[in-house]
Design a protein around this ligand. Structure first.
Ligand code: DGP
Length: 115
């Protein structure tokens, strides 16, 4: 947990969010700047800088995040038409918040490859 990390502050409830799903180990909440009709972020409650900082100790947590993303897609009603799970890592990956997070995107046809 980091004092000044934006998403740690959301985990602690210091910054409001629009939650979609919560468990003991993770949160899913709507992105403040949605890029698709469904744009939900799934984050671990524990601070991890990015996927590059994950270790084998995080194996179960990373599995839980993927299953939570699929549950978000079900709740959003986009599981059948399709959706995307993305994690941006570092500068070239376009990561702007230094707390591991996955974007659940859907509700429209998504282009490939990303720009
Ligand atoms: P990334 O660029 O992959 O690091 O994604 C960070 C995302 O976080 C970006 O899509 C915007 C979102 N975001 C930034 N600040 C806030 C916030 O205060 N609340 C919420 N809900 N989302 C935020």
């Amino acid at each position: 947990m980091s004092d000044d990390c934006l998403f740690c502050r959301i985990v602690r409830g210091e910054i409001p969010s629009d939650p979609v799903l919560e468990t003991d180990e993770l949160l899913a909440f709507r992105d403040i700047d949605p890029k698709a009709p469904t744009h939900v972020l799934v984050i671990p409650r524990a601070h991890i800088d990015s996927l590059s900082a994950a270790t084998p100790d995080h194996r179960a947590l990373l599995g839980s995040i993927q299953l939570a993303a699929a549950e978000v897609a079900r709740r959003e009603g986009i599981q059948d038409r399709g959706w995307r799970l993305v994690t941006n890592v570092g500068r070239d990956g376009g990561q702007s918040v230094g707390h591991l997070h996955y974007h659940v995107l859907g509700g429209r046809a998504l282009g490939w490859p990303p720009g």
